[in-house]
Ligand binder design. Structure first.
Ligand SMILES: [Zn+2]
Length: 105
């Protein structure tokens, strides 16, 4: 039984040893979604640096998880709303049911 802890940044699965799938859900603004992100009109240097740090941390966390044998399936915030949500659910189902299946980030 998988029990995700939503309060944890990594969305670590609390059943370590049984589940090895991490499902980080990235906010479209905070993580720079190529589809949704709109660069703020003011304080651009601050926001550019903030976004770069967030994305660098995303890559480092995913790399660390993969090194530990975890699979990482990143989902954008926009993929969890509206008609796209059904596709996101299917991606998660495939990832959960398909040990060794490649995932994307
Ligand atoms: Zn988005």
């Amino acid at each position: 039984m998988c029990n995700l802890d939503q309060s944890d940044f990594y969305n670590w699965c609390s059943c370590a040893g049984h589940c090895t799938l991490s499902l980080p859900t990235d906010g479209c603004f905070w993580h720079g979604c190529p589809r949704c992100y709109r660069r703020p009109g003011s304080n651009r240097a601050f926001w550019d640096a903030k976004l770069a740090r967030n994305r660098a941390r995303d890559r480092a966390v995913a790399r660390d998880l993969r090194r530990r044998g975890w699979r990482v399936l990143r989902l954008w915030e926009h993929a969890l709303a509206g008609p796209a949500a059904a596709r996101a659910v299917e991606r998660v189902k495939r990832a959960v049911g398909g040990a060794g299946r490649k995932t994307t980030d």
